[in-house]
Design a binder for this molecule. Sequence first.
Ligand SMILES: [Zn+2]
Length: 175
Amino acid sequence: MTEKPEIAQLGADILRQQAREVDDFSCPKFLALLETLQAVMLESNGVGIAAPQIGASWQVVIIASRPTARYPHAPDMSPVIMVNPSFQVLNANRRKDWEGCLSVPGIRALVPRYQSVRVNYQNALGQHEQMILDDFPARVFQHEFDHLQGLVYLDRLESNRDIVSETEFFKRIAA
Ligand SMILES: [Zn+2]
C-alpha cells in the first residue's frame, strides 16, 4: 500500500466536486486507489467509503455493512467495490435513521433515505453487475453515492434539530 492518505474533511473542495467516471480498469492509479480505499475503510471502522474522501475524485465506493464499534447493529455483508454506480429507487418510502461520516467528524444526524434501491455498477474488473440493497446497506450506498455527486449527508437533513454531537449520540442513543 502507498502511504496512508488523510481523510478529506468537510470544507475540502474535493468533497463538493462531481467525481469522474472510471474508464481504464487496468490503470495503475485506479488499482492503487482500490487498495488504499479498502485499507482506509478497515482501519477507520467504516461501513462504507467513497474515493473523494481519500482525495481521489473518481466514481468508486465500497459498501461494507458489518457490525462495528460505530454501527454495532449493522448486518454483515462482504465488502463490495462499486465503480461508476447508478441506482433506481425500488421503495420510495424514506426512513430516517442515524448516520455519521468520516469526513464530518464529531456529529451524527437523522437522515431520510430510500428503503430499497437497485444499484447498477461495474466491479473492479469493469464487469457490469447489479445488486438490490435494503435498509441499512441501502442507506450506506446512498450516503456513499452522494459523495460522488459532491454531497454530504448534512445536505439531506430535514432539520438542523436532527443533528447531535457524537458524545450525546453514544450517551443517549447508541447506549
Ligand atoms: Zn461519508
